[in-house]
Write a protein of this length. Structure first.
Length: 495
């Protein structure tokens, strides 16, 4: 604890964002380049070095937060990077994309603004790359065992890196043409520039991990063939089966799933196409769904210059402060948060129908209506109470030339045939069934990440990847020294 009074003398200061008018003209990350390092030492000083650091419990990775806060406050980047990477394979991902449940569990957050843990994490990760502190770590010897990992999202990459470093020969199969899963084509460039992903993949290649892109297991390669070719298989395909909105007019043109829309914008940034065939440019856009995916659609649409863009959230607008009775510290509270995308929509006044930012809260879609050509032109909604019951006399209509459905995901996509070819048992909610050791109903086949857990956070995905790697290593060798931060049935802290 470099400054025992830091939490009393230093106010919270976050990584500043670039001006809205500037950042919506490009797809670069929203933060001011180089503006984090000058403030991060004093922000790390705010860590209390509390006797029981609940940030550990709030983070499924068990990040050693007080340790690397102290090291950053002392400008010891090498040791800070070592402590950070001891529990997290990809801290530059979580430092940008995780909603930071660790900050909700910060002891300081009981009565003050929490330590900027997420910003400190991102600073350590970026500084480690700048100083050459993240060299490849190939194994000293090979085990002679082989593992196939299906899916290259954060779970698959974390599992593959851990197993490769343990000495196993690992091949990652990805059905898309590039690696990264939703981090590649689901997460917009303005939230995480893809060079962060590329350098980790190159690190993994240098360590010995093999990658097979444009290969859908179950279609391009038979699942049974994969099972016989490798000593173990890890299914980490994510939860990509999107939820539908079964209301009248859903069949109209111009209504798309979020994951039909976002990948096209990312492909423009990758240089694959000049412009997206599903663009918000000049259109009245309505996003149905109030979560992070909806916010990603919002930020993307804003950059495409729409006529208007509105986001519908079926939940009531939360308060600015934690409800101590319903969601006491250190649980992650549902409070009003202003993401970069919502800040942009608010400042640019993209949603005339909304009172604050682009969101309409407690709003439920009733139906869509279209023009004579079968294209959507309006969305009809109604306000609802806490039980989602319509409130009489609250119906209204929004112009809608483009509707984006961001309603979440129910489980893994079964279209490629992987699950059915292996004959995996499934849970009633649509996820892959597994036991306490991450093993599925098929011997030698393991499941991890959103495909088995259900839709979750990136920090949980990485924790699942590390934990399933330990389970596979134990299956192959009889024991394992790899860390297993969580079990398959662990869940976030709740009341």
């Amino acid at each position: 604890m470099a400054d025992p009074k830091g939490f009393m003398t230093t106010p919270r200061q976050e990584w500043p964002r670039r001006p809205v008018e500037e950042r919506v003209r490009d797809w670069n990350e929203v933060y001011v380049p180089g503006a984090l390092l000058p403030i991060v030492n004093r922000q790390a000083d705010r860590c209390m070095d509390c006797g029981v650091p609940f940030c550990h419990e709030a983070c499924p990775l068990g990040n050693l937060i007080p340790e690397w806060n102290d090291l950053v406050s002392r400008d010891d980047w090498r040791q800070a990077a070592d402590r950070l990477h001891a529990t997290n394979n990809f801290p530059e991902f979580t430092g940008r994309l995780c909603p930071a449940p660790c900050e909700a569990g910060c002891v300081l957050a009981i009565n003050q603004p929490a330590v900027t843990i997420k910003n400190v994490e991102a600073a350590i990760a970026d500084r480690a790359w700048e100083l050459g502190l993240t060299p490849p770590r190939p194994p000293e010897r090979l085990s002679g065992r082989t593992v196939a990992v299906v899916g290259s999202g954060p779970t698959g990459l974390a599992a593959a890196q851990q197993l490769t470093r343990a000495g196993h020969t690992v091949a990652v199969y990805e059905r898309d043409d590039r690696l990264g899963g939703l981090m590649r084509y689901g997460i917009p460039e303005f939230k995480m520039e893809k060079h962060h992903l590329e350098r980790r993949i190159e690190q993994m290649r240098a360590e010995g991990t093999k990658f097979r892109t444009s290969t859908a297991v179950g279609r391009d390669v038979g699942a049974a063939e994969l099972r016989t070719r490798y000593d173990a298989v890890v299914i980490a395909t994510g939860a990509t089966a999107w939820r539908e909105l079964p209301v009248p007019g859903r069949e109209l043109d111009g209504i798309h799933q979020a994951m039909e829309y976002l990948p096209l914008a990312n492909r423009v940034c990758e240089g694959d196409i000049e412009s997206s065939p599903v663009s918000a440019a000049g259109k009245h856009v309505v996003i149905v769904g109030g979560g992070d995916t909806g916010a990603d659609c919002l930020g993307t649409a804003v950059r495409q210059r729409p006529a208007s863009v509105t986001q519908l959230d079926i939940y009531a607008q939360p308060g600015a402060e934690r409800d101590e009775d319903a969601e006491p510290w250190p649980t992650y509270p549902k409070i009003y948060r202003l993401s970069a995308a919502h800040e942009e929509a608010r400042d640019l006044r993209t949603a005339p129908a909304a009172s604050a930012d682009a969101r309409l809260f407690a709003a439920s879609t009733l139906r869509f209506t279209g023009d004579g050509g079968g294209h959507v032109r309006s969305l009809h909604l109604v306000e609802v109470d806490a039980a989602r019951r319509p409130l009489p006399g609250t119906g209204r209509t929004l112009p809608a030339d483009l509707v984006l459905l961001a309603l979440g995901f129910s489980g893994p996509d079964r279209g490629d045939g992987l699950i059915d070819q292996l004959g995996l048992q499934m849970e009633p909610r649509g996820t892959i069934r597994r036991d306490a050791g991450f093993a599925t109903s098929v011997p030698g086949v393991f499941a991890a990440g959103d495909a088995a857990r259900g839709q979750s956070l990136i920090v949980w995905a990485i924790a699942e990847g590390r934990a399933v790697a330990a389970a596979v290593d134990r299956h192959l060798t009889g024991n394992s020294q790899l860390p297993a931060p969580i079990g398959p049935f662990d869940r976030p802290m709740v009341v």
